[in-house]
Ligand binder design. Sequence first.
Ligand code: COS
Length: 384
Amino acid sequence: MADRSFLDWPFLDDHHRRLAAELEEWAARELHTIDHDDVDGTCRELVRRLATGGWLTHATARPDADPAHPLDVRALCLIRETLARHSGLADFAFAMQGLGSGAISLFGDAALREEYLPAVRAGRKIAAFALSEPEAGSDVAALATSAVPDGDHYVLNGIKTWISNGGIADFYTVFARTGEAPGARGLSAFVVDAATPGLAISERIRVIAPHPLATITFNNCRVPRSHMLGASGAGFKVAMATLDVFRATVGAAALGFARRALDETLRHTMQRKLFGAPLADLQMTQAKIADMALAIDASALLVYRAAWTRDCVASRVTREAAMAKLHATEAAQQVIDQAVQLFGGRGVTHGEKVEELYREIRALRIYEGASEVQRLVIARQTLG
Ligand code: COS
């Protein structure tokens, strides 16, 4: 059982502690029968179960939320950490309901919030975040998808790729160039229903840890003006502010994967005999376990510091969120790699949890801002 002492840290309130305990119980009961063969079907089923369990209420702004703090970022992190420890796909399903609707929670007007957020909470609509393009992933200001005003609509043309939930989403938060100014100042954000004529899934993408992912094309896709999020030309800031919230939660998911790897390692090294004694008796094993435990605590401190800062101190946590994501994802990769090493041949065998974690963790160092982007962000914030 993963270390729970972090729940007593002052970053968290009692309602977070109750939430963590309830989710732990729910996850142990509901997530052990996840079928990974039909990934789309499994994700739909997970969204349904997460909705029934009431967990998706935390993925969106509550109707009565303080406008300055529409999301409880500590709750988001606790939920992602816990789900990731039990099932990578359950974490994915929860996270995408949050990220895909995040810009609506943060920037949507009353009508958009009312139209989409209750449906996301109830699992009736699956959400997705469509930012990356074939020629613009890290450099968001270079994105080329265009949105041209035409009466009461904008007409979208372009390609988005590596879009999580692509193919199963009911709507996409899409960032496109509206051209008010060059670069970052000429983008806007839109909510686009998947059934809108002109939106097509042009390719499904298969990845090392399977989850729904696709390339989407927009061909004269007409989106009502009322579906714009925030002001026209403010799309870059909408994207960045949304990522500021969700990057800390990516760190939390990485933390969940790392804790699971440590749990698996402790069980294995205490049972497995080597040279007539448990593997855990070897000092070389103990050095690895010490490094793993230390990396996990350092990640947890950064993740919950970022979440607490967003909830209680500052509306902008660019630096804290970047540090949390960078450290937690890179550290989790190391922790899981050590776990695989200690499992030996079993560690690279399909069906072993550590083998699955080894594949699951890799994308987290890339999506929602690669580690190199996080370093750039931290350096800029530090240089002032
Ligand atoms: N919150 C609010 N505003 C922000 C912001 C944030 N976190 N970050 C930047 N801005 C504002 C800046 O203040 C600046 O505003 P002004 O024009 O009013 O001065 C504007 O946005 C442009 O910022 P900046 O000059 O830093 O933009 P860059 O083009 O240099 O981009 C990086 C910076 C690389 C950091 C950005 O493009 C990024 O985060 N890229 C990674 C994107 C990503 O996560 N991709 C994965 C897709 S999602 S799976």
